[in-house]
Design a protein. Structure first.
Length: 499
């Protein structure tokens, strides 16, 4: 059986803890790989390698750093299919979706290639007689990233390219459910010329996570995952004096007004709710239909959802793949059956779905729940699967109030032809990312990604300007130099004495 080991100090390092986790092909249900799970000693080794590398990388020139990143970008581009194939094999998402994930990660590598302008300081001259004040940004040291299973390449690339461009060294702890993509990312970075120890990949479970959160040589921690774990990461790392950005879960709403293009809204709802099998924090999982359009909108969503082809991710005809594990599949299914018991109309029931020839895979079909109560578990919890809840509201105000009452505030969208309503919405809605006739408002790389409320713990969003600020710290220098003309008698610096 294939074993995924750590990448520490620029080379593959076999696990020594004796503990391994299973890696499953979600389409077949078969365990295809095992991944080494780190001990605290291995955490120390990874951090030590990063600390040693920081001694030189932290003082390296911007030109040297960006030269590596330009070469890295070219290698990633050349290996898009290889990275996507690993994602499909271990996560299950269809190949086209995996390629899209790689493309979004590349955006941040490209942003890191142009880091020079974002690291420029400021200078104020003559703030007092012969006194200048300058502001500069400097790297932190060793930083860590803890990333989720749903985007095993993109989310790491949201973190480490910017971190190392800023002069830090990095320890990545990817999900143990689909670890192989992270190793390939590190291997390609080494091929691009990244010095040994600048990027390390440490596989593990809670032991590794806690080891990084408590390690005195880790200056900052980035995290993307569920809200309970994000809260734990933030609390623990902050208590240890670390800088933290911890992105949590979501219950993203889409408000559909009576004047909306219902075909466009239905297309958007289907792609945003069921793409990547709903396993993404920016998925639309709740549609709020305003006024009398609810029945028609549900009918159009159902018509489209019934045509989605579910199958193995490496089948080019598949539009949606399996879920990551059998346990997660069963949990998602329980929300559908539970919603019916809590009064929802089950328009589509995807539980019990199988694919011929792949009966042991982690399959579930698309589920559509109508007239869902805000008290139901299917509405309150982040399901993280292909389940779309439809709620009804009589007015715009009622719909916005319903959405703002959610403890989550990651992303949201409005579908309307009315510019005034859209403007009100973007100002009144309590969420970090807003789409106007755009169902998944993930910002481009040079803006920042992050939510509000229980969807973000910490002050900084990820990538963009917030990412640069997170991975650097400011320093202000106040300088006074004597004028050469005032040099002591007997010292002639060649300057005219004119006063």
């Amino acid at each position: 059986m294939k074993t995924v080991n750590h990448w520490i100090g620029g080379k593959t390092v076999e696990g020594t803890s004796g503990n391994y986790g299973p890696v499953t092909d979600p389409a077949t249900g078969a365990v295809t790989t095992q991944v080494a799970l780190a001990s605290l000693e291995e955490v120390d080794a990874a951090v030590a390698a990063a600390k040693d590398a920081y001694a030189t990388w932290g003082t390296s020139s911007l030109a040297a750093r960006t030269a590596v990143l330009f070469r890295y970008r070219a290698l990633l581009d050349a290996h898009r299919d290889d990275i996507a194939a690993l994602i499909t094999a271990e996560h299950g998402k269809v190949h086209s979706d995996a390629l899209g994930e790689v493309a979004r990660g590349l955006e941040i590598v490209e942003l890191a290639c142009g880091i020079t302008t974002q690291l420029k300081g400021e200078l104020s001259t003559q703030v007092s007689s012969r006194v200048d004040v300058s502001s500069i940004r400097q790297s932190l040291g060793v930083v860590a990233g803890i990333t989720p299973f749903n985007f095993p390449a993109m989310v790491p690339m949201w973190m480490f390219p910017l971190a190392i461009a800023c002069g830090n060294t990095f320890v990545l702890k990817p999900s143990e459910k689909d670890p192989s993509a992270a190793n390939l990312l590190a291997e390609l970075a080494a091929e691009a010329g990244l010095p040994d120890g600048v990027l390390n990949v440490l596989h593990g479970d809670k032991v590794a996570v806690d080891g990084l959160l408590n390690h005195p040589d880790v200056a900052a921690v980035s995290f993307v995952g569920s809200t309970p774990i994000a809260r734990y990461i933030h609390t623990t790392a902050s208590a240890n004096g670390k800088r933290v950005q911890a992105l949590g879960g979501a219950k993203n709403h889409m408000l559909v007004l009576p004047d909306a293009d219902l075909d466009a809204a239905a297309d958007a709802a289907v792609s945003a709710a069921y793409g990547s099998a709903g396993e993404r924090c920016m998925a639309i999982s709740a549609v709020v239909a305003v006024g009398a359009i609810g029945d028609e909108l549900v009918a159009r969503i159902r018509e489209r959802a019934e045509k989605i082809k579910i199958g193995p991710g490496n089948d080019p005809t598949s539009e949606m793949g399996p879920l990551i594990t059998a346990a997660h599949r069963d949990k998602v299914a329980s929300y559908v059956t539970g919603a019916a018991a809590q009064g929802a109309d089950v328009v589509l029931d995807g539980t019990g779905y199988t694919v011929e020839g792949f009966e042991d895979g982690h399959w579930i079909g698309l589920s559509l729940l109508d007239r869902v109560s805000t008290d139901s578990d299917a509405y309150k919890d982040e399901i993280f699967g292909p389940v779309l809840c439809v709620l009804r509201a009589e007015t715009y105000e009622e719909g916005v109030a319903l959405m703002n009452a959610s403890p989550f505030g990651n992303g949201t969208a409005i579908f309307t032809r009315d510019g005034g309503a859209a403007r009100r919405f973007q100002l009144e809605i309590e969420a970090g990312m807003v789409g106007v006739n755009v169902p998944i408002p993930v910002p481009v790389g040079y803006h920042s990604f992050g939510g509000w409320k229980d969807s973000l713990f910490g002050d900084h969003h990820i990538y963009g300007n917030d990412g640069v600020h997170f991975y650097t710290r400011g320093k202000v220098v106040t300088t006074r130099w004597p004028d050469p003309a005032d040099a002591p008698v007997g010292v002639d610096l060649g300057f005219p004495r004119n006063h």
